[in-house]
Design a protein around this ligand. Structure first.
Ligand code: BES
Ligand code: ZN
Length: 464
């Protein structure tokens, strides 16, 4: 391993330069106008996988953005097979005027690389490419069998991935899945995430009169869709953060006493948290700590709202339409399909009769808990300790990677969430960045991890 580690340490500056090329591709999966960029990005990933020595590299078409696959299966049948999953698509960049530098022109400032996708998830995908390259360059082989699966639709709910996994079970067969798309607790506080929330994403459209009206002539006589929408929204949650949708909490598994005890030991500083966000008070479900609320409890939030006049100055109008995008983060046992129905029924029940309401479900996904006792988890702890010089903590996170549940149920493979991001790296927001020290330690961890995994037995799941 020494030679491999030395190789990484002496090439790290070059890796950062190479990462910039990946970050320059504007692979915003939700934008139809970026469709060609997604294809270019998939081809870029495929090219890189070939270059680092993977075989059978193939770009699989889907109804929308391509999936990239590559493998190296020559470690022997007695060695485990790991599937490394990540995504090459990124979130939209708006509000673009709030970025210090353009989002697809990566720059380095203060030990961080800034660009859309830097931490979520291109920088983290790149970590695995470089750790594999380092093994290949020094040994012309890998210590375990490796499969790579990089998709382009994670940020829009992995809409075509489940079908792909379902129909390519043999191709993807593995002992363990490794995903680097989560965060560590702090720069010097390495951690492994063992739980993610699920998601149900809804759109509520409210229609009042058949056209926009003069608010002087009609105001007072006709209900206003914006007011009606606000009325609906305020009835979704009480002022203590509890969600009021009938049956919403039925399948929630509450935190155990043991888990709450572990949570309370995490070095979370609420004063610093508030300061960093410039807020005077935190807000969330009564009876739970902030860390519990943002990772192990379900939530409901408006993600966008529109209607009426949005321009400068004033226009006296009683609009015909208003709408909102509302998402609910779910805990692992809650099923998005069931929650979508409960939400729709509840909104229809509380909607004023003066307007027409249409509820659409945009997408959803299950949450996941990953096993803490799998041998691959033990190997991850050792790898982190070697690269970071410290034992990792165990945390749950509030974000969603719906495919993790699918890996566990369809492939029957435990997933290890070996993330190297940080919670304040502005994922999904302006000035997204990735800590370069963690980029470096991430490559070291991933390199050690391959070595540690080779000490485990294959459980025969990964043989093709
Ligand atoms: N990297 C995130 C997931 C994540 C975020 C994990 C924060 C842990 C903490 C991922 O790329 C993401 O943003 N996923 C979406 C999924 C959704 C569109 C189904 C999310 O969580 O909003
Ligand atoms: Zn994301």
């Amino acid at each position: 391993m020494e030679k491999i580690i030395e190789h990484i340490n002496s090439n790290i500056d070059g890796y950062v330069e190479e990462l910039k090329e990946f970050l320059r591709i504007p692979s915003i999966s939700t934008n139809p106008e970026n469709r060609d960029d997604l294809r270019n990005c998939a081809e870029y990933v495929g090219k890189r996988l070939n270059e680092i020595g993977l075989e059978n590299v193939k770009i699989y078409e889907t109804e929308l953005h391509p999936i990239v696959y590559g493998d190296w299966l020559k470690a022997g049948d007695d060695k485990p097979t790991i599937l490394i999953y990540g995504h090459y698509d990124v979130q939209p960049v708006d509000p673009v005027e709030l970025w210090t530098a353009p989002p697809f022109e990566p720059v380095i400032r203060g030990g961080n690389i800034f660009a859309r996708g830097a931490t979520d998830d291109k920088g983290q995908v790149f970590i695995h490419m470089k750790s594999i390259e380092a093994h290949m360059k020094n040994n012309s082989s890998l210590p375990v069998n490796v499969k790579f699966l990089i998709e382009g639709e994670e940020e829009i709910g992995s809409v075509n991935l489940d079908k792909f996994i379902e129909s390519n079970k043999d191709l993807l067969k593995c002992d363990y899945v490794v995903v680097s798309d989560t965060s560590m607790f702090g720069e010097e506080i390495p951690s492994i995430c063992y739980g993610l929330r699920g998601l149900a994403y809804m759109q509520v459209e409210v229609t009042g009169p058949n056209r926009d009206l003069h608010s002087g002539s009609f105001g007072g006589g006709v209900d206003n869709p914006i007011n009606a929408l606000a009325h609906i929204i305020t009835k979704l949650k009480d002022d203590k953060g509890k969600i009021l949708i009938d049956g919403f909490y039925d399948d929630v598994i509450d935190l155990s006493e043991k888990e709450r005890e572990e949570y309370s030991k995490l070095p979370f500083n609420e004063a610093q948290y508030k300061e960093g966000l410039e807020i005077d008070e935190v807000f969330g479900e009564e009876g739970y700590s902030t860390l519990e609320r943002v990772s192990a409890r379900p939530t409901l939030d408006c993600n966008g709202i529109w209607g009426g006049f949005q321009g400068e100055g004033a226009k006296t109008v009683l609009p015909s339409k208003a709408a909102a995008k509302i998402s609910m983060r779910l805990v692992p046992n809650q099923h998005p399909k069931k929650i979508e129905k409960l939400f729709t029924d509840y909104v229809n029940k509380i909607a004023p009769k003066t307007v027409k309401v249409k509820v659409k479900d945009l997408h959803g996904g299950m949450g996941a808990l990953t096993p803490l006792d799998s041998p691959a988890m033990g190997a991850a702890v050792i790898a982190i300790k070697k690269a970071f010089g410290k034992d990792p903590l165990f945390t749950r996170e509030g974000g969603s990677i719906p495919v993790v549940n699918v890996f566990q149920t369809i492939l029957g493979a435990p997933t290890i969430l070996l993330g190297f991001g940080l919670p304040d790296e502005n994922a999904h927001s302006p000035d997204e960045h990735f800590n370069l020290k963690n980029f470096h330690r991430g490559i070291l961890t991933a390199a050690y991890y391959l070595d540690e995994l080779s000490k485990l037995k294959a459980n025969n799941n990964g043989k093709s």
